[in-house]
Ligand binder design. Structure first.
Ligand code: SAH
Ligand code: TRP
Length: 353
């Protein structure tokens, strides 16, 4: 088991460095995983259903979770380091200032994180635990298995005292089947990912978190704020074109999973702030007429130059809008951290008695 885990992580490193084409293990059946699969609490459409519903009718759209195959997760990591993408740096700074205060207030027995990704910023909470002589367990919950495995192994070896229990699944499928724990739980949801939900869905998701909490549990939520349009546009249109590559990569996912023949060269990345809806809207715009076959679905799509697929929305919040989101769900705001430029919010909220 140990050997297998190490091998997987080495393979993933090779994949990350570009030596092998596909991340290992993703579709391998029968290989043992260190992750616990979380059974969906309700039906969520599979990729075939999502693509039928989203691409075969107008306006065309795709759910954002399909971005995060192995390559997508690696590209997202790179987006986070671009000079234009301020959210990661800003949130990281807030966490480095306030992690100790948060850990000392919450004293969590378990930290559970939705959409944990590379968990780079979450390390600041673990560092704070070390400084405060506090120990706990950590349950990263994500859809991207190779990322979850590699990150869990790295964390386990970097923080020997931390009990890492990776959870594999779709957090939009309900939270009823999360493992139960005793003691205080700190729910963590960072990166502004709450903004990728539509407003009603965001409210429902926070309510689901609240409903799975026990009195005395906490939620740490990171969310992006409304700001100058140019800064927002730039954050989703980096000079190096990594965001464009990330957006286009979803077509490779469809090609692989649905035996489709999208040619990414027929599409262009577009991201623009919609100041009426306070959100970035990300599209793949078709730049020449063409036909796509999706063998698995036994469908063809005719794309015309100029038409587009909505691949992601990223809502930006006001200070009050964010607090309302939490209070509406019955949570109590303990702390609302923001930097001087008010680019980003980090809120610690608790579940009252
Ligand atoms: N928290 C990290 C990563 C944010 S990117 C950060 O702040 O940098 C969003 C993460 O959520 C990715 O790791 C992606 O794999 C995961 N994700 C997206 N949709 C998901 C879903 N429906 N269920 C579980 N994880 C999901
Ligand atoms: N949660 C991130 C955000 O809304 C996700 C993200 C950043 C993203 N850049 C992206 C999603 C580009 C799609 C494309 O900021």
């Amino acid at each position: 088991m140990q050997n297998k885990q190490r091998l997987k992580s080495e393979e993933y490193e090779e994949y990350k460095s570009g030596d092998i084409a596909h991340a290992p293990g993703s579709l391998a059946s029968g290989s043992s995983s260190i992750c616990t699969s979380i059974e969906p609490a309700r039906h969520v459409p599979d990729i075939a259903e999502d693509v039928r519903a989203g691409l075969l009718s107008a306006p065309r759209s795709l759910p954002p979770k399909y971005f995060y195959d192995e390559r997508g997760s690696r590209l997202f990591e790179q987006i986070c380091t671009t000079p234009e993408y301020y959210p990661t740096r800003t949130e990281e700074k807030l966490l480095s200032h306030y992690s100790e205060e948060i850990i000392n207030q919450v004293k969590p027995e378990e930290i559970i994180e939705f959409g944990s990704g590379n968990a780079q910023k979450t390390r600041l909470l673990f560092d704070a635990c070390e400084r405060s002589d506090h120990t706990c367990s950590y349950a990263p919950f994500d859809v991207c298995e190779p990322m979850l495995e590699t990150v869990s192994e790295q964390l386990q070896s970097d923080y020997h005292w931390l009990d890492v229990k990776p959870l594999l699944g779709d957090y939009r499928a309900g939270l009823d089947h999360l493992p139960k724990t005793h003691g205080t739980r700190l729910y963590v949801f960072l990166g502004g990912t709450i903004g990728n939900f539509y407003p009603e869905e965001a409210q429902e998701f926070i309510k689901e978190i609240k409903d799975s909490m026990q009195a005395g549990d906490y939620l740490l939520l990171g969310a992006d704020r409304v700001k100058d349009n140019h800064l927002l546009d730039a954050a989703y249109n980096d000079e190096q074109g990594i965001t464009a590559e990330f957006n286009l990569n979803v077509l490779n996912v469809l090609n692989r999973e649905l035996k489709a023949d999208f040619n990414p060269e027929n599409f262009e990345h577009q991201a623009e702030f919609n100041s009426v809806r306070n959100r970035i809207e990300m599209h793949l715009v078709c730049i020449r007429d063409h036909i796509v076959h999706m063998q698995q679905l036994d469908e063809i799509i005719t794309f015309q130059k100029g038409e587009s697929i909505l691949t992601e929305v990223s809502h930006k919040f006001t200070f009050d809008g964010l607090e309302n989101l939490l209070v509406e769900s019955g949570l109590h705001i303990c702390k609302h951290y923001e930097p001087e430029n008010k680019y980003f919010s980090l809120i610690l909220a608790s579940c009252p008695e």
